[in-house]
Design a protein around this ligand. Structure first.
Ligand code: FES
Ligand code: FES
Length: 163
């Protein structure tokens, strides 16, 4: 039996510990927003957050996330159904084309923005996002959406008392 917290809900699973998290999310929990691309940590389409950090779920065995908090693209939506700021800006910028890579792009981008508290440089974006592939070539729009989201979130952090 494995226990993990997925999108704020504790889940107990009778799944072998070596099964990749991506399979658990999609097949056991029905969270199909996280996509299978390469299965080898090469494309980023399976990116989720584990304890707040971006992680490739296709190469993360269930045993590694035992007792941890996993957030998927479904989990960043506000409780009242409002899309997360990054999703709103993604829509405004018309980032997606076929859409297949986009949940991974958003989770990687959000992980970066959170890690840097919004103070994201062009070099940061290059370093982190170059590992997320998009066959439709939406890279310029992804970059614009990240920059816009980071700017707004940085202002929010500036005004908060959080350390
Ligand atoms: S499916 Fe995980 S990195 Fe490609
Ligand atoms: S939008 Fe089609 S692969 Fe990225």
């Amino acid at each position: 039996m494995s226990t993990l917290i997925v999108n704020g809900v504790e889940r107990e699973l009778e799944v072998p510990p070596d099964v990749p998290l991506l399979w658990v999310l999609r097949e056991e929990l029905g969270l199909t927003g996280t996509k299978f691309g390469c299965g080898k940590s090469l494309c980023g389409s399976c990116t989720v957050h584990v304890n707040g950090q971006s992680r490739r779920s296709c190469v993360t065995p269930l045993s590694v996330v035992e007792g941890k908090e996993v957030t998927t693209i479904e989990g960043i939506i506000e409780a009242d159904g409002t899309p997360h700021l990054i999703q709103q800006i993604w829509i405004e910028e018309n980032v997606a084309q076929c859409g297949y890579c986009q949940s991974g792009q958003i989770m990687s981008a959000l992980g970066l923005i959170i890690q840097r508290k919004g103070l994201v440089s062009a070099t940061d974006i290059d370093a982190v996002m170059s590992a997320n592939l998009c066959r439709c070539g939406t890279y310029p729009r992804i970059r614009r959406a990240i920059e816009r989201t980071a700017e707004v979130m940085a202002k929010d952090w500036e005004g908060s008392d959080e350390p």
